[in-house]
Design a binder for this molecule. Structure first.
Ligand code: HEC
Ligand code: HEC
Ligand code: HEC
Ligand code: HEC
Ligand code: HEC
Ligand code: HEC
Length: 494
């Protein structure tokens, strides 16, 4: 007899069997073959081999194959890492393979597992029960397990790096030093101090990989691989980047990367902070002033170099003046330098360094001015002579003699922006006249009154000056209205 439903009953039977087999195997896999259970059975064997004394036998007898965890609400984490890293605080487990091995060093003595867990130092996904998920390099987890050699980046969550034994944070120590030596503060703020060309770095370590552009990087995409690659070639990672290539060796790159990862204003309860961290927070509010030379090294060198030479910067498409050059510091007044440093040169890369901008203290600005002027003697002020400058004639002289370097309207180009409002307000006439007459030794700025070849007479210079003053919207109107400026007589030595 041919029952038409027969084929369906067979199909149902087969489907049910497949489902049951699948469920059973899943159950076996989950309960018996789960990675952590395999790990714990291995560990049990190791315990048996090592149970040679009373203590060893006691540990063996107490061991249960079960999920283990450190639950730490104060740090907002449940860390199950010890489910696999069973021997982490057993000093006998130094000669066994991972994950059974004792923790390196004595760090867990000071940071017991039940109070600190693991992820506060290592990152990774605490609740995971497979190593892949604990490592969490997938898209969904913001802070994957740090490579072991970079784990020191997290110590500064609770410690002042200056107070930790340097051998425990070798890369951080080098990274901090490099940050100063390479004058990263010229372009980046850290702790409220530094330049503004690049972003502030106070929370750089808190960034997840989703906040960084990975398109030009090979996988695996992690924040540390990004940092590493960016330090080796900023423009290769961020096209068009104005960041100077820090020219560092591979170990130095790693050190800078770890230092960047350590920049994380992470909130942990005060009871978890080491006493020196609390002191550090206080000190940050009351910084000790740096010397002028330290300020210069940390905040000016990346752009101005040693300050003795003028430099054309291809990336900035601008000329960077020699701010320690004899010609500038012997003509520029203290007020002029102070105004330029405090206010910067708006519209150029020269940032403002005053307390509310770059965060330098008033005594640090005084100090750096002293440093710029050290070694150069200020020129004696020349007796004044009044000449009437004609801005119209000045314009044609400017176009013929100056615009090629200083740009139309003094907007800069191969030479500084002399139309810049901060320059205009800070630079006294005498300073400008002297600069035109004598030029700047060691820079492209020519002397226009060399005794052997005087290109411009006193009247010409007064005209140029009158024109220059029209470039400043405030003073310009006045100068044009009066059509007069004060010029000192020639006679300054070239
Ligand atoms: C399911 C078991 C398991 C869990 C859970 C686990 N691990 Fe591991 N862990 C391993 C194994 C296995 C290795 C060795 C892997 C290898 O060498 O490839 C390892 C290696 C490591 C290493 C060395 C990594 C390296 O790249 O050399 C660190 C660090 C580590 N684990 C930390 C942790 C932390 C922190 C957690 C918790 C967030 C954790 N593990 C959770 C099994 C686990
Ligand atoms: C106070 C911070 C801190 C805590 C807490 C901590 N670790 Fe570590 N751990 C480190 C540092 C730093 C290193 C690298 C030290 C070294 O290589 O000498 C490290 C190294 C390791 C390594 C060896 C990696 C390798 O292959 O070199 C493993 C595995 C590990 N930790 C697992 C854990 C587990 C599991 C926990 C939680 C029970 C834990 N750690 C808790 C800081 C910590
Ligand atoms: C979650 C906060 C936290 C993190 C992260 C942390 N520590 Fe600690 N650490 C402490 C606390 C709290 C103490 C105990 C301070 C005390 O009792 O004086 C301590 C003590 C220490 C001590 C002993 C200091 C002493 O004076 O006895 C050392 C050394 C140390 N930590 C090193 C490290 C290193 C290295 C790291 C990074 C791998 C690290 N710590 C990460 C909180 C932390
Ligand atoms: C001449 C100025 C300049 C100097 C000097 C400089 N940087 Fe930068 N930096 C930048 C600019 C501009 C950016 C943004 C473009 C980019 O990401 O490359 C940047 C980006 C960065 C970023 C990525 C920030 C983010 O989250 O996007 C880090 C990290 C960084 N710099 C660190 C450093 C360190 C460390 C040094 C010293 C070795 C340094 N920089 C020196 C200008 C500079
Ligand atoms: C060959 C290029 C060149 C020419 C031509 C030139 N300058 Fe300059 N000028 C410079 C450079 C370079 C500097 C910056 C020198 C330094 O490093 O201190 C400068 C500096 C100056 C300064 C001081 C600006 C500051 O920020 O301190 C003034 C004012 C100035 N020039 C005016 C003139 C005038 C007016 C003329 C035309 C009569 C002129 N320059 C022609 C290249 C030139
Ligand atoms: C990001 C690069 C950068 C940094 C960092 C920087 N400067 Fe400058 N600075 C410039 C540029 C570019 C100019 C020329 C601006 C122009 O073209 O008008 C300049 C001009 C100046 C001038 C005017 C010089 C003149 O010829 O009149 C002074 C003074 C000066 N900088 C001092 C400093 C000091 C002091 C620091 C450190 C605290 C510093 N700068 C840091 C880029 C920088």
């Amino acid at each position: 007899m041919n029952d038409p439903s027969r084929i369906y009953r067979w199909l149902l039977l087969v489907a049910s069997l497949v489902t049951i087999i699948y469920l059973v195997s899943a159950a076996v896999h989950e309960n018996y073959l789960a990675q952590w259970k395999t790990v714990q059975r291995e560990y049990l064997t190791i315990l048996q081999q090592k149970a040679t004394d009373d203590r060893g036998r006691e540990l063996l007898a107490k061991f249960r194959v079960e999920m283990k965890q450190a639950s730490i609400p104060a740090l907002g984490t449940v860390d199950r890492c010890v489910t696999c890293h069973n021997g982490i605080d057993d000093p006998r487990m130094t000669d066994v393979p991972q994950p059974h091995r004792t923790h390196p060093g004595h760090i867990l003595d000071k940071h017991p597992v039940d109070r600190f867990g693991c992820t506060v130092c290592h990152h990774g996904q605490g609740a995971a029960l497979t190593f892949n998920e604990a490592k969490a390099e997938d898209v969904f987890w913001d802070y994957p397990l740090l490579p072991p050699n970079m784990t020191e980046a997290t110590c500064v969550t609770c410690h002042d790096a200056e107070k930790l034994p340097p051998d425990q944070i070798p890369l951080l120590v080098v990274g901090m030093k490099l940050y100063q030596e390479k004058s990263c503060g010229s372009c980046h703020k850290l702790g409220g101090r530094g330049g503004t060309l690049g972003p502030a770095l106070d929370n750089e370590g808190a960034k997840s990989k989703h906040q960084l552009i990975m398109t030009n990087l090979k996988p695996p995409h992690t924040t540390w691989s990004w940092q590493n690659a960016h330090f080796r070639d900023p423009g290769g990672v961020v096209p068009g980047s104005l960041m100077r290539n820090p020219t560092v060796t591979r170990p130095e790159t790693l050190a800078l990367t770890v230092y960047m990862l350590s920049q994380w204003k992470r909130d942990v309860p005060e009871s978890y902070l080491a006493p020196d961290k609390i002191e550090q927070k206080y000190r940050a509010l009351h910084p000790t002033p740096l010397t002028g030379e330290q300020v210069y090294r940390q905040y000016c060198t990346a752009c101005h170099g040693n300050g003795a030479y003028t430099r054309w910067d291809k990336k900035f498409n601008r000329f960077i003046p020699a701010i320690r050059g004899v010609s500038l510091v012997s003509t520029a007044s203290r007020d002029y330098l102070q105004a330029n440093i405090e206010q910067g040169r708006p519209g150029t890369q020269m940032p403002a360094w005053g307390p509310h901008a770059g965060g330098l203290l008033p005594e640090e600005i005084t100090g750096v001015i002293e440093y710029l002027r050290s070694g150069a003697t200020a020129a004696a002020p020349a007796p004044a002579l009044t000449l009437h400058g004609d801005a119209g004639n000045g314009l044609s002289l400017f176009l013929r003699n100056c615009a090629g370097c200083h740009g139309m309207n003094g907007r800069g180009g191969m030479a500084p922006e002399i139309g810049n409002p901060v320059f205009q307000q800070a630079a006294p006439d005498e300073f400008i006249i002297r600069t035109i007459r004598n030029g700047r030794v060691g820079t492209a700025m020519p002397a226009f009154q060399r005794p052997d070849a005087p290109a411009l007479g006193d009247q010409d210079i007064a005209d140029v000056l009158a024109y220059l003053r029209t470039l400043d919207s405030h003073r310009g109107q006045k100068a044009i209205a009066q059509n007069t400026v004060t010029a000192a007589p020639s006679g300054g030595k070239p």
